[in-house]
Design a protein around this ligand. Structure first.
Ligand SMILES: *Cc1c(COP(=O)(O)O)cnc(C)c1O
Length: 461
């Protein structure tokens, strides 16, 4: 063992190894020395545990590889061929070039974020977005925060702390990722008063629960699940009549926040934001990165008198939005104002894409794979807590068969380790790739990955 210890090189010899010369040019000396020391310590521990000492070139290679792994950004682009357009694990909405350009411009330098150029005095970051949101929705006031979960928390805390909020039992839901209405309610200090039953809630249930301690009636979009069969929900119109009679505001957590008519694309109807406003809802809450198709944000719109209480609350500062996303969101909203959302906002481009275009692209993808794939009919999900149960028709590229159960998972893995990973979904031992959740601009990258997969295949099988 003594002999093995003596084989472990010193820091200087590792540092002088030719393998590390590119690193010596780019990294500070003491950073490399520290890195090498840690490797040598591990080496000594290994030898002490009875292992053989590594060679000098082996240690140099290990140091080099560690640095190269660190240099590779952990967070990087992937291609979403899963057929779920708003995929939370894959970063939800991709942004339009106009939105990313606006974000880039603001990120590079200083901006008038909270500076009034007219008067030369302090301003509010909300002025850059509020008029756009009010114009689009018809609301009196708007406030943008970090994300929808924080928007709802801020709203409940500012308006209903130590008071009661009435929610239908069927809407006391979990959205996923730890957002549960009862938990958010508890966190805000508001008391959740659940009314009705899981499947049926009537207006009389709400009315019986109204008390002097009631701060709000709340509606929550069921987002990612759907009740079927014997069910009854109270329409917003009906809830508004009750709210007005008792002079209690309605808080409407729409989740996704849709501005376009989804039925025009063959989808189930999704409540639209301006409708909630037109009905007189107190505050409407929705995400910036679901059906709006912008960056992560929590958008709150509604009555000015309520919004002022949110603005003044200390929590507003804790959940504020940053300048970069503010710029991206404004650029995204402008697409709606110009009436060009279905041709510019990526999630709406995907929703609006005709099946015959998808078919052509699926055939081109299949072409790159030769006889290992076929094109089949399928369905794209919108996802992201919107349109539960609603799907769009699509054509899928299918890889694999039931005889070789591993084929699909091997192909899926191969596609995930490409330079730009392509992520599909596996159903019944078949790997399915959906062009609808991929922008046509990305097809070149997909085809390249598929060619790699095919050539690999022909070499190994
Ligand atoms: C998605 C969703 C949320 C949470 O929104 P985030 O932007 O993810 O914070 C809250 N409520 C509903 C109904 C949702 O669908």
């Amino acid at each position: 063992m003594e002999g093995e210890f003596r084989k472990i090189p010193g820091v200087d010899r590792v540092l002088a190894h030719e393998r590390l010369s590119p690193l010596v040019e780019t990294y500070p000396h003491d950073r490399l020395v520290r890195l090498i020391r840690r490797h040598l310590e591990r080496e000594r521990d290994a030898v002490a545990a009875g292992k053989k000492a590594s060679s000098l070139s082996g240690i140099a290679a290990a140091v080099y590889n560690q640095v190269k792994t660190m240099e590779m950004p952990s967070l990087r682009p992937v291609i979403n061929a899963t057929g779920v357009i708003l995929h939370t694990n894959l970063g939800r909405a991709p942004l339009s070039p106009e939105a990313t350009a606006a974000m880039d411009t603001v990120a590079r330098g200083y901006s008038n974020l909270e500076f009034n150029l007219e008067s030369g005095t302090r301003g509010s970051r909300q002025v850059h977005i509020e008029s756009l949101l009010c114009e689009l929705s018809g609301a009196e006031a708007a406030l943008v925060v970090n994300n929808n979960a924080s928007g709802v928390l801020l709203g409940l805390t500012a308006l209903a702390r130590r008071k009661e909020v009435i929610v239908s039992r069927g809407q006391a839901v979990e959205i996923g990722g730890g957002f549960r209405i009862p938990d958010v309610m508890r966190q805000s200090g508001a008391k959740l008063v659940e009314v009705g039953t899981t499947n049926c809630t009537y207006i009389s249930d709400y009315e019986q629960a109204v008390s002097p301690r009631t701060a709000a009636l709340m509606r929550v979009h069921s987002s990612n699940f759907r009740l079927m069969g014997f069910t009854s929900e109270v329409a917003l119109e009906e809830l508004m009549v009750l709210a007005e009679r008792y002079n209690i505001p309605v808080l409407d957590d729409l989740g996704s926040g849709c501005f376009l008519d989804t039925t025009a694309f063959g989808l189930a109807p999704e409540p639209v934001v301006p409708q909630s406003v037109a009905l007189g809802v107190g505050l409407v809450f929705f995400s910036g990165d679901k059906l709006v198709g912008g960056p992560q944000a929590g958008i709150i719109i509604g009555r000015k008198q309520l919004m002022d209480r949110l603005r003044r609350h200390p929590l507003a500062r804790a959940v504020r939005i940053d300048k970069v996303r503010l710029a991206g969101l404004a650029a995204t909203l402008l697409h709606y104002l110009k009436g060009e959302a279905t041709s510019k906002v990526p999630v709406w481009r995907m929703i609006a894409a005709p099946v015959k275009d998808i078919e052509k692209r699926a055939e081109a993808w299949k072409g790159a794979l030769g006889n290992m794939a076929r094109v089949v009919d399928g369905e794209t999900m919108v996802g992201g807590g919107s349109l539960p149960g609603g799907t769009l028709p699509t054509r899928l590229v299918a890889i694999g068969n039931r005889e070789d159960r591993n084929l699909a998972s091997r192909a899926a893995r191969k596609l995930r380790v490409q330079e730009i990973p392509v992520v599909g979904r596996i159903a019944d031992d078949i790997l399915l790739l959906d062009p609808r959740s991929v922008l046509p601009e990305e097809d070149k990258t997909v085809v390249k990955a598929l060619r790699n997969l095919a050539s690999d295949w022909h070499h190994t099988s």
